[in-house]
Design a protein around this ligand. Structure first.
Ligand SMILES: [Zn+2]
Length: 311
């Protein structure tokens, strides 16, 4: 378990005391092919080979694959998307899901390349073989899947079916932004849709802390009719998503407006409580993507984590 993944109130089981039983016979370890077969039976999932700069694609797609409800919603609607030419991104994604259990590294690598190639048609910034940001990539995947929804709804309606967009069902939520005048106290608010939140890291803080920091009121310049020039602005959750994706920003602007990287460790607890207009919601950690890419003397770090809403 990496250092940034801690469980709140984690308990360590005491070492068993000797009860005088005879030591059990240690089974012989299998070798060669038998060892591989044995391993395949024990391990449910296998990773993806990284022939170079594909780690951001591999890790992002694997974090999506672990989301059972999201995956089920895509698979259950196979009759809607399987024959639609424009839905090739969904088919490429499901192919990766199927191959995830495979030990054929070459086929898996090919499947990841095909997926990246299809995605790059509409987002050419992912076309070359360079290193990219994992968070930008996963947000692009979700955007492209969501953009297919109007067409798939239309096609589904033609055969008397309904299509529910898995991205909208699981990731999309609304944030309410409220502005309060510092002079007269007049308020105005609006709701805005999000698929994830980008949070500024605070050295020594946990994910819960940086989320609370994001939700604090900040001062902004605003000319109110009362003559006051300052207002407070505060964001709050209007709705809660089934899957909450939090992006932890390691880049910040220092005083002379220079980009600075924060290399501090982050505590990610397994549970997270989020307050919303609809009430409190508890989330359980599903995956963490913590990327470390080294290029020359530069070290790039970017992270995001996904959390599943507990019902
Ligand atoms: Zn005012």
């Amino acid at each position: 378990m990496p250092h940034f993944l801690k469980r709140r109130n984690r308990r360590v089981a005491p070492a068993p005391e000797s009860n005088g039983d005879k030591p059990k016979e240690i089974p012989k370890q299998p070798r060669g092919r038998a060892k591989t077969q044995n391993l395949c039976q024990q391990v449910e999932w296998f990773g993806f080979r990284n022939p170079g700069n594909l780690c951001y694609v591999n890790s992002s797609l694997q974090s999506l694959i672990t989301l059972k409800g999201f995956i089920n919603d895509i698979i259950m609607q196979v009759e809607v998307w399987k024959g639609i030419a424009e839905a090739q991104l969904i088919r490429a994604f499901i192919n990766i899901l199927i191959l995830h259990r495979s030990t054929d590294a070459e086929r898996k690598c090919q499947a990841v390349y095909v997926f990246k190639c299809i995605l790059s048609k509409k987002n050419p910034e992912f076309q070359n073989q360079g290193q990219k940001d994992a968070h930008e990539f996963i947000v692009t995947v979700l955007d492209q899947l969501r953009n297919l929804a109007p067409l798939l709804r239309q096609e589904a309606a033609l055969v008397g079916r309904k299509y529910r967009c898995p991205v909208e069902e699981h990731f999309i939520f609304k944030m309410e932004s409220t502005r309060t005048c510092k002079g007269c106290g007049a308020q105005s608010s609006r709701d805005e849709e999000f698929s994830n939140l980008s949070l500024n890291l605070v050295p020594g803080a946990s994910v819960q802390d940086v989320l609370q920091n994001y939700l604090k009121e900040t001062d902004i310049d605003f000319n109110c009719g009362c003559g006051a020039k300052r207002s407070g602005q505060q964001s709050s959750f209007a709705t809660l998503p089934k899957i909450l994706m939090l992006h932890l920003k390691r880049f910040t602007y220092s005083r002379p407006m220079q980009l600075e990287k924060l290399h501090c460790a982050v505590d990610v607890f397994r549970e997270l409580m989020v307050t919303s207009r609809q009430g409190d919601g508890w989330y359980s950690l599903v995956s963490v993507v913590s990327h470390l890419g080294i290029k020359g003397q530069q070290v790039d770090l970017h992270n995001f984590c996904t959390l599943r809403h507990l019902i």
